[in-house]
Design a protein around this ligand. Structure first.
Ligand code: NAP
Length: 313
C-alpha cells in the first residue's frame, strides 16, 4: 500500500491522505518551504499567514495549494494542522487563545508544531489540546532553510504513538529523518540539545575563518578542504560560503537562535553555570544581535546566524 493511500480507522484521518485537508499555519521562511513541499506532493494544503501578502502565500498558491483568509477558514475541516511560528507566546496565541485552533478545530485532529519552543511549553500545550480531544505533537526540525526547501529536514517528535503514526505520511513529505523521541516534550528536548551544537559550532566556524585571515590562508580552503575532515559541520558547509560572500540573509535568524538559547536555560531552571560554553555562546550571539535594536530583532537579529562573523571583523 502506498503512503498516500494508507487508511486509518479513527480520528480525522480515515480518508485517503490526498483527500485529507492539511492546514499549514505560518508561512514564514520554514513554513513556506514545508507547505510548498506538501502541496507539490499532491496533498490538499490550505495555508494561513497572520500578515497577508507575504511571499509564502504566493509560493503556496504556485505550488497548487490554497490560502485561507482566516485561521478559522484554514483549520475548519482539517484532519491535520501544522504550525511553524516563532516563540512560545506565538504558538500559544495561534493554538490556545480565543479564535485559535483550540476553538476552531474538531476533536480527533492531529496538530504538529514545527516551531522551537522547548519541552515545558510543549507539554502545557499538549495538555490543553488533549482536554479538548485533540492530539498534539511537538515536532521541531533541524536542517535549516536548505533542508526545508529540499524536504530533507530532521524532525524530532514528542507525543503519543498513534497520532505520530497518523502524521508520519505527511511528515515524510517534508523531512528525511523522522524520529518519535518519546512522550510530549521529548522532541523539543532533543531540539534544544541540537541548538547547543548549532550555536557553539557557528562560533567555531567564525573563529576558524578569523584565524585563516590572520594567517593568510584563503577562506575558501577552510570550506573546501576542512568540510570533509573531522572539523566539518553543516554550518561550515552551508553557512561558510555565505560568510565568505558577506551574505547575511536569514536562513535561520539570529533572533531565533537567541530565543533557543534562552529556552535552553529556562528549561534548565536557569542553571547556566552547568553549560559554560553555551552561556558564552549566548553572550556572543546577544552582543551581535543587539548591534541592531535591543529586542534582538534589529538589523543583526533579523540576519542569519552567520552574522556572528561580523563580531570578528
Ligand atoms: P520566520 O520566517 O520569522 O516566520 C515566522 C512565521 O510565524 C511567520 O509566518 C509569522 O507570521 C508567524 N507568526 C509569528 N508569530 C505569530 C503569531 N503570534 N501569530 C500568528 N503568526 C505568527 O521564522 P522561521 O525561520 O520560519 O522559523 C519558524 C520557527 O521554526 C521558529 O520557532 C524557529 O526557531 C524554528 N526553526 C527555524 C529554522 C530555520 O532555519 N529558519 C530551523 C529550525 C527551526 P507574520 O508573517 O505575520 O510575521
Amino acid at each position: 500500500m502506498s503512503k498516500t493511500t494508507e487508511k486509518y480507522d479513527q480520528g480525522g484521518l480515515s480518508e485517503k491522505s490526498e483527500n485529507v485537508k492539511i492546514a499549514y499555519l505560518g508561512l514564514g521562511l520554514m513554513g513556506e518551504a514545508m507547505a510548498v513541499n506538501l502541496a507539490r506532493a499532491g496533498l490538499n494544503v490550505v495555508g494561513w499567514n497572520r500578515t497577508p501578502g507575504k511571499p509564502g502565500e504566493v509560493a503556496l498558491l504556485t505550488a497548487g495549494g490554497k490560502v485561507a483568509r482566516s485561521l478559522e477558514d484554514a483549520v475548519s475541516g482539517a484532519g491535520v494542522i501544522f504550525t511553524c511560528l516563532g516563540d512560545i507566546e506565538d504558538v500559544e496565541q495561534v493554538l490556545l487563545k480565543a479564535g485559535g485552533v483550540i476553538e476552531c478545530a474538531a476533536p480527533g485532529t492531529v496538530i504538529a508544531d514545527f516551531s522551537t519552543i522547548g519541552p515545558e511549553a510543549a507539554r502545557r500545550i499538549f495538555a490543553s489540546l488533549n482536554s479538548k480531544g485533540m492530539h498534539f505533537l511537538d515536532a521541531p526540525v533541524t536542517g535549516g532553510d536548505v533542508g526545508a526547501r529540499n524536504a530533507t529536514l530532521t524532525i524530532m517528535v514528542g507525543g503519543d504513538e498513534e497520532p505520530f503514526q497518523k502524521a508520519l505520511a505527511y511528515l515524510e513529505k517534508v523531512g528525511k529523518t523522522i524520529k518519535r523521541c518519546g512522550p510530549s516534550g521529548s522532541g523539543q528536548a532533543l531540539k534544544l540539545c541540537n541548538q547547543i551544537l548549532c550555536a557553539v559550532n557557528m562560533i567555531s566556524v567564525c573563529e576558524a575563518f578569523h584565524l585563516a585571515k590572520q594567517l593568510g590562508v584563503d577562506e575558501n580552503l577552510v570550506v573546501d578542504v576542512l568540510s570533509a575532515g573531522a572539523g566539518g559541520s553543516w554550518a561550515l558547509t552551508n553557512l561558510g560560503p555565505r560568510i565568505i560572500k558577506s551574505d547575511f540573509a536569514p536562513g535561520f535568524a539570529l533572533k531565533h537562535m537567541l530565543k533557543d538559547l534562552r529556552l535552553v536555560f529556562e528549561n534548565l531552571d536557569g542553571k547556566s553555570d552547568e553549560l559554560p560554553g553555551t552561556k558564552l555562546a549566548r553572550e556572543l550571539f546577544k552582543q551581535v544581535g543587539e548591534n541592531g535594536d535591543k529586542a534582538g530583532g534589529g538589523a543583526n537579529g533579523a540576519r542569519g546566524t552567520q552574522a556572528m562573523s561580523l563580531a570578528y571583523d
